[in-house]
Ligand binder design. Structure first.
Ligand code: CP
Ligand code: NVA
Length: 310
């Protein structure tokens, strides 16, 4: 229906574009406060059907720093929240706005919106993917690793990493699977028996030659890891299932995991964290400087994404 650029998953960028975004994020971080008004006069909507601290604020601040005008809309206040169809909302907002960032439930919902909205759409998290977060996570790793590596070539640094994700087969696990298919690092998902990656996510990765391993043994999974990461056990929109938490509990990131990883292992968490559920309080606090850098990096990476998309 239209040929504008969207960012609904990492597959909307080429591998080269992803590396360009990582390099550009570093420049934008270094030059923060300088004059860059690439969104001057642009009105960017933020439609959120779920709660958010980091995604909402980092996009809003990024738009303001680029000279644009963010307009936040909670679905509670929109007719969308009372059942107005997504395709009607998209066709109306298309006449007012220059782009939108959406946080919603099914991936299909954001895809429908993008089909009917004639301007760019960015995914601010769905049940399937959290692409802005995953590019931030890999940028955070690249930023740390490049300082200890002479040539600092992003593809060499990232392509040789072993990344291990612990926990639920959710939108963050899926996002690591999609990023692996684009950038080719070693990916292990440590999760309980019976936990499976969504078939559509597996298929999309397979089509691009992606490879990952699911391990039910968290200690062997952690061996020689460069990066260890996790996410909440119960995602937004899911019901608290005690049985699910009980199954996931053994996959907590604790000292045993850290000891089996490389000495200079990097721990990432997209936040918010549930202390002593997916990671021990002690491990989280020890690695928290990087986790809060990761949170700050949402701003820089999303600015680079917006430059590319808008
Ligand atoms: N990591 C992340 O997306 O945080 P928020 O839910 O606060 O936006
Ligand atoms: N998996 C989590 C990520 C929160 C940023 C959720 O969807 O709630």
């Amino acid at each position: 229906m239209n040929s504008v650029r969207n960012f609904l998953s990492v597959y909307d960028f080429t591998k080269d574009e992803i590396y360009d975004i990582l390099l550009r994020s570093a420049v934008l971080k270094a030059e923060r406060g300088g004059k860059n008004v690439c969104l001057e006069g642009k009105k960017i909507g933020l439609i959120f059907e779920k709660s958010s601290t980091r995604t909402r604020l980092s996009f809003e601040v990024g738009i303001v720093e680029f000279g644009g005008y963010p307009i936040f809309m909670s679905s509670r206040d929109l007719q969308l929240g009372r059942g107005e169809p997504v395709k009607d909302t998209a066709r109306v907002l298309s006449r007012y706005l220059d782009g939108v960032i959406i946080r919603t439930f099914e991936q299909e919902r954001i895809e429908t919106f993008a089909r009917y909205f004639e301007k760019p759409v960015i995914n601010g998290l769905t049940d399937l993917y959290h692409p802005a977060q995953i590019l931030t996570d890999i940028f955070t790793v690249y930023e740390i690793k490049k300082s200890s590596c002479e040539a600092g070539i992003a593809a060499d640094i990232i392509g040789n990493l072993k990344i291990v994700y612990f926990g639920d087969a959710n939108n963050m696990a899926n996002s690591w699977v999609s990023l692996q298919a684009m950038l080719g690092f070693e990916l292990v998902l440590a999760m309980p028996e019976g936990f499976e990656i969504d078939p559509a996510v597996k298929e999309d990765s397979k089509k691009r030659g992606g490879r990952f391993l699911i391990s039910n043994d968290k200690i062997s999974a952690a061996k020689n890891a460069d990066v260890i990461t996790t996410d909440v056990f119960i995602s937004m929109g899911q019901d608290e299932e005690k049985e699910k938490i009980d199954k996931l509990r053994p996959f907590i990131i604790d000292d045993d995991v850290v000891k089996n990883a490389k000495d200079d292992v990097i721990f990432l968490h997209c936040l918010p964290v549930h202390r002593n559920e997916e990671v021990t309080e002690d491990v989280f606090e020890r690695f928290s400087p990087v986790v809060f850098e990761e949170a700050e990096n949402r701003l820089h990476v999303q600015k680079a994404i917006m430059e590319t998309i808008f």
